[in-house]
Structures are given as structure tokens and as C-alpha cells.
Design a protein around this ligand. Structure first.
Ligand SMILES: [Zn+2]
Length: 80
């Protein structure tokens, strides 16, 4: 049996997966950053591998803003 992992939800498709198979994103000083080592502090949002490319669309920015409870203008750049 695989070790039990916490479950998180993809902010795009709302699919629930083990935390380790999703990419964690954090918001820091205007930037949305991919937390590849899962160590950055702050509120995290999760995206599955299938939805990763959607981050960079106009819609993606809105979804991210909602996930981080920001206005879309607060997001200056996405570096995931
Ligand atoms: Zn997804």
C-alpha cells in the first residue's frame, strides 16, 4: 500500500487527488509561483498536471485570483 497522502483539489477541474500528484502554487508579492519543493509559505492552491497549461490563459488568471482571494489585477506574473 502506498502511504496515505492528504487530498487536495485542482482549482480548475475540481478533481481531487493526492497532494503529491498536484502542483502547489503560492502567491507572493504579486507573483504566482510554482512551489516545486512544497516548501514555500503562504496560502497554497493546487493544480493537476492536465490543467497546468490553463494557468497562463486569461481565464486561468481569474481562477487563480479567486483561489487566492485576490482581484485579477493583483497578479503581476505567473511563474509556475
Ligand atoms: Zn485539473
Amino acid at each position: 500500500m502506498e502511504k496515505r497522502q492528504p487530498i487536495r483539489m485542482c482549482i480548475f477541474c475540481r478533481d481531487r487527488q493526492a497532494k503529491g500528484s498536484l502542483m502547489r502554487l503560492v502567491f507572493n508579492q504579486g507573483l504566482v509561483l510554482g512551489d516545486h519543493r512544497q516548501t514555500l509559505p503562504g496560502r497554497g492552491a493546487y493544480v493537476c498536471s492536465a490543467c497546468r497549461k490553463r494557468l497562463f490563459s486569461q481565464k486561468g488568471r481569474k481562477v487563480l485570483a479567486r483561489a487566492f482571494r485576490l482581484s485579477p489585477e493583483a497578479i503581476k506574473d505567473i511563474r509556475a
